[in-house]
Design a protein around this ligand. Structure first.
Ligand code: ADP
Ligand code: MG
Length: 422
């Protein structure tokens, strides 16, 4: 893979060479006041001393970050305890674009803060390339964070913001200038380098925040809902931009979002979280097409849920019988699913209407049809009483949508029925 920039003389032991971006502007202002003192601390913390070497634990090659059976409990007394993370285990590969996806309050930020070192696990360990870093403070971790509010220094220029962390590390002036130049070019901000950051747009500030976090070349970049303050058009642009930056730098990105579409379009893999637990980890295709439980299926896109009988199973496929007697093949999740009454899902775009009722796998009546230009959504009630949605692409020459009250058949695409674990 091509790399946009290189740091040939970057210390081999990066575990002690980084400054983490502070959490908010207030912290940043305090930080400015103690810059000199902080510089000394960072310098003092830099030697490749054995005292920061932690026990080495064997993990598979190519793992950048691992959370091993991590729990985080906030609150002191038992009745105030919040299990922000409940026995979470995940391995994130080097050079991966990995996304934590889940509703607000599910523990995404907490997991990022544990990786960054702003919080420490109640139980379990955080490993970087196999080394337990749970006890290391943030500035000794080769990890940087891009926050939702960017946390830039408003009175500094674009270039000064980008170079700030490097200067704090005491890097030589010409090296700082070279890296700032490379970063400005990477985020396409060369022409605004001398502008103060309170005089540029939100999207441009986002780029500066990214450039500043990438400048010390962290091994892992943490991004906590970095696009949520941008309007839709800019967000789409920045999604592509982030993908490009990750590809060109080769740095592991751990991205947090509650937006399922953002997660599916940007990620190599996604972890779907709820109530402090990871429900499923997989590629966007796995997560969308093979959700292993109802929460994941419901959270990621629209689904039809149907009760069926499991007749037999053979490895990862099963024969299921629908209420009308139709028997079809379905895919099983990896977890055990017993025989008897189970739930399957069918995505709305994986089924089609047919005018010939008897030719369909299922039968029903159209209640409503909504035209969207590229496709039409049909809302049906099946003969068994279940609600069912079909999203059908419109073709040039279609004679118009099927009107409500029409009796129809429903054909389900092969290999698109998924059994849910619960
Ligand atoms: P997310 O980022 O997914 O929205 P968080 O990781 O911020 O979720 O929070 C997970 C849970 O932990 C929430 O219930 C939240 O209220 C709680 N929590 C987070 N930080 C603290 C804290 N410092 N003290 C007490 N509870 C916290
Ligand atoms: Mg959060």
């Amino acid at each position: 893979m091509s790399r946009y920039f290189d740091f040939p003389d970057f210390p081999a032991d990066q575990s002690s060479a980084h400054v983490s971006v502070p959490r908010n502007e207030l912290t940043l202002i305090c930080l400015l006041a103690i810059t000199d003192c902080y510089k000394k601390q960072v310098k003092a913390a830099r030697p490749n001393s054995a005292c920061h070497r932690n026990r080495r634990i064997n993990v598979g090659d190519g793992v950048a970050i691992e959370a091993r059976d991590v729990s985080k409990i906030f609150g002191t007394s038992t009745d105030q305890e919040v299990w922000a993370l409940d026995h979470v285990s995940v391995s994130i590969a080097q050079n991966e674009f990995f996304t934590l996806l889940g509703p607000s309050g599910c523990g995404k930020t907490t997991l990022l803060r544990l990786i960054a070192g702003f919080e420490h696990p109640t139980d379990g360990a955080i490993l970087l390339e196999g080394e337990d870093i749970s006890a290391l403070p943030p500035f000794q971790r080769p990890v940087n964070t891009v926050f939702q509010n960017y946390a830039l220094f408003p009175h500094m220029t674009v270039a000064q913001n980008i170079g700030f962390g490097l200067e704090m590390q005491g890097r030589p002036k010409d090296e700082v200038a070279d890296t700032v130049g490379a970063m400005l070019s990477l985020v396409k901000m060369e022409n605004l380098k001398d502008r103060r950051v309170d005089q540029i747009s939100g999207g441009q500030q986002q780029r500066v925040a990214l450039a500043r976090a990438l400048a010390p070349r962290p091994k892992v970049l943490l991004l906590d809902e970095p696009l949520s303050a941008l309007d839709l058009k800019l967000r789409k642009e920045m999604q592509l931009e982030l993908k490009r930056l990750q590809h060109e730098t080769g740095i592991t990105f751990i991205f947090v979002t509650h937006d399922q579409e953002e997660a599916l379009t940007m990620s190599d893999r996604v972890a779907v979280m709820r109530d402090g637990e990871i429900h499923q980890i997989g590629s966007p295709q796995d997560i969308y097409n093979r959700p292993n439980n109802r929460f994941v299926a419901d959270f990621i896109g629209e689904s039809n849920f149907l009760e069926v009988q499991l007749l037999s199973r053979n490895g990862s496929t099963a024969k299921v019988r629908f209420a009308n007697g139709t028997e079809l093949d379905a895919t099983l999740p990896s977890t055990d699913v017993t025989s008897g009454s189970i739930t399957v899902i069918v995505r709305p775009e994986h089924a089609r209407l047919t005018a010939d009722r008897s030719a369909g796998h299922l039968q029903g009546v159209v209640n409503d049809a909504v035209y969207f230009g590229t496709d039409t959504h049909y809302y049906l009630t099946l003969d068994g009483g279940e609600e069912f949605v079909i999203r059908q692409q419109n073709q040039r020459g279609d004679r118009g949508k099927i009107s409500s009250g029409t009796q129809v058949g429903v054909t389900i695409n092969e290999d698109s029925i998924q059994v849910l674990a619960n």
